[in-house]
Design a binder for this molecule. Sequence first.
Ligand code: BDR
Ligand code: CA
Length: 306
Amino acid sequence: MRKIIFDTDIGVDDAFALAYAAQTQHILGITTVFGNVPVSQAVKNAKVFSREIALNAPIFRGCSRPLALPALVNSTTVHGRDGLGDALENPYDDKADNAISFIIDTVKAQPGEVTLVAIGPLTNIACAINQAPEIIPLVKDVVIMGGAFGTRGHAGNVSPHSEFNIWKDPHAADQVLSSALPVVMLPLDVTHEVLISGDEIRYLNFPVLTQISSGYLQYSLTHERFEGMALHDSLTISWLTHPEYFTTVKSPIRVVTDGITRGQTLRQLTQLASRFNPFEHCSKQTLCLDVNASKVKAAFFHSLQK
Ligand code: BDR
Ligand code: CA
C-alpha cells in the first residue's frame, strides 16, 4: 500500500480510479483540478463521491485554468453535465483549502514516501514544482494517466495527435515530464487496451459505479456500438498494484505546446547527434506501451468486488 496524493478533474473514469485507490492505497488527500469539469465542480464531485464510497480523505482545491493558455469552455459530453453522469444528488459546496500548498507540505513532511497520482491536466503538479522546486527530489514518483504514442494506432482522443489531459494544459505537462521528477506514464497506448463492458460494471456489485456510468455507456453504445468504457485513470492504480502487467520503455518525453499537434507527446526515437535536441537535459521517464489487459481487469474486479 502506497501513500498517495490523488490529483483529479473528477469525471466518471476518475471516480472508478478513486474507488480502486480507496481499496488498495493509503490516500493522504484528494487534490482537484479543472479538466473534465471546472475545478469548483471537481471539489463538489470529490466530496459527494467520497461520501458514496465512505472515504475520509481531505479534499483540496487546485488550479482553475491552464498555465499559459486561455481558460477553455469545458466539454462534458460523455461524463454528463456534472462530470459524474448527473446521477447523484450533490448537497456539497465548492469550498476547500489550497491544493498546491497541500502537495508541497505533504511531500516535505514525508520525503521519499509520497506518490503523486495525476489523472487530470498536470497544472497542479507543475505549479507545485514551480513554487517549491526543492520538492522535486523528495517526491517518490508521479504516476500519470495521459499522452499517446501511437502504439496500435492509439495516437489521440481529443485530436488525431493528442490525449485530453495533456491537450488541456500542454505547458504544464511539458514542465512536469521534462523535469527531474521520476514519472511513470500510462498513455492511451495502454488505457485504450483495457475496456470494461456495461455488464462487467453491473457485475461489480458496486451500485454507485453503475449509476454514474450509465450515461457514458449509453453514449458509447450510440457512438461506438459497444456498451462500455476504457478504464483510463484506473490504470494508474493498476500500475501501483501490479507493475509487472505492463511493458515499459525508458525515454525522455516532451510535449508539443502549440500548433496543429498541440498536446502531442513525443519520446526520443533516435540517438542521432543533432545541433537541436529538445530532449537534451530531460530525465528519462518510464513509459508504459503495452499491457496485459485481462490481468489488469481481473485485479480491478477482484478489488472492487465488495
Ligand atoms: C482522460 O481524459 C479524461 O476525460 C479522463 O478522465 C481521463 O483522465 C483520458 O484521455
Ligand atoms: Ca481524468
